[in-house]
Design a protein around this ligand. Structure first.
Ligand SMILES: [Zn+2]
Length: 269
């Protein structure tokens, strides 16, 4: 019996670590009639709806919340809400969706947003207990430079002592399984997320490096991006990462992709 225990324990290191799990949440939809602001003609795609996701990564060292969906008033509104250039709908507020899974805000060690536009930072002010992994360039753009794209009222309740400013790529848990890949250009400090899932294979969450599949295939940054050249460089960098790692790119706003994904409480591992 003692021998058997020893034998089993030889394999303990193999079995002890289960890789990260990735949960996908529906955090709304943005619908618009005209997509030319994305540097696509209205004939180049029929797609007029952008899925808005939130994600939760569970790692043995803690949880990382990635991208905060639409703001709460859009979830509170019954049905659709008009916004400039289109309309939005949002079925169930993300904090309630997390609670449904038994995850409270105190259970989330890290939060990171691809960038601070309203459709990615909607829950940011509610995750006040997490350490926020933020690019310095994005934080500066939000608070220290005049900008027209970042609504600071969505992020101004994040306690400053919880913000960890980054200057590029970052290995979240120190084991290479969950990595922030810096990809600026859409906004000054835009970032993407690479997750090494054991069974699914590596997945890279795009942030807004691309909105539509055509932005990728035609290599066209939207007109409203902060810096076009910076975006093209970020596209090259991320495409190289995809090639090197064999990761699958999930364009976060891709509604057709989202329709095929299992939503929380299901997960990818
Ligand atoms: Zn977006």
């Amino acid at each position: 019996m003692k021998k058997l225990t020893t034998l089993i324990c030889l394999f303990c290191p193999v079995f002890a670590f289960a890789g990260p799990k990735l949960y996908v949440f529906d955090c709304g939809v943005i619908a618009m009639a005209d997509i030319t602001m994305f540097n696509l003609s209205n004939d180049e795609t029929d797609v007029r709806e952008l899925f808005v996701p939130c994600y939760l990564v569970e790692h043995e060292k803690g949880r990382l919340f990635w991208d905060g969906g639409l703001p709460k008033p859009m979830a509170d509104a019954p049905g659709e809400m008009m916004i400039a250039g289109g309309k939005v709908r949002y079925e169930r507020w993300i904090i309630d969706q997390l609670a449904d899974m038994g995850v409270g805000i105190g259970d989330i060690e890290f939060a990171a947003y691809s960038h601070l536009h309203f459709d990615h930072a909607g829950a940011a002010n509610f995750l006040t207990e997490s350490r926020v992994l933020m690019q310095r360039a994005e934080w500066d753009a939000a608070f220290n430079v005049e900008n027209e794209f970042i609504d600071t009222s969505l992020v101004d309740q994040i306690p400053e002592e919880n913000v960890q400013l980054l200057d590029g790529d970052y290995d979240v848990f120190g084991d290479g399984s969950v990595q922030i890949v810096y990809a600026p250009g859409h906004t000054p400090g835009h970032q993407t997320l690479l997750i090494d899932l054991e069974n699914t294979g590596p997945v890279l969450l795009s942030g807004d490096l691309y909105h539509f599949r055509e932005n990728r295939s035609l290599r066209r940054p939207p007109h409203f991006n902060f810096d076009r050249e910076m975006t093209l460089k970020a596209m090259d960098k991320v495409e190289a990462v995809l090639k090197e790692t064999g990761a699958t790119l999930w364009i976060e706003h891709d509604q057709a992709l989202a329709d095929t994904l299992n939503k929380a409480p299901d997960f990818y591992d």
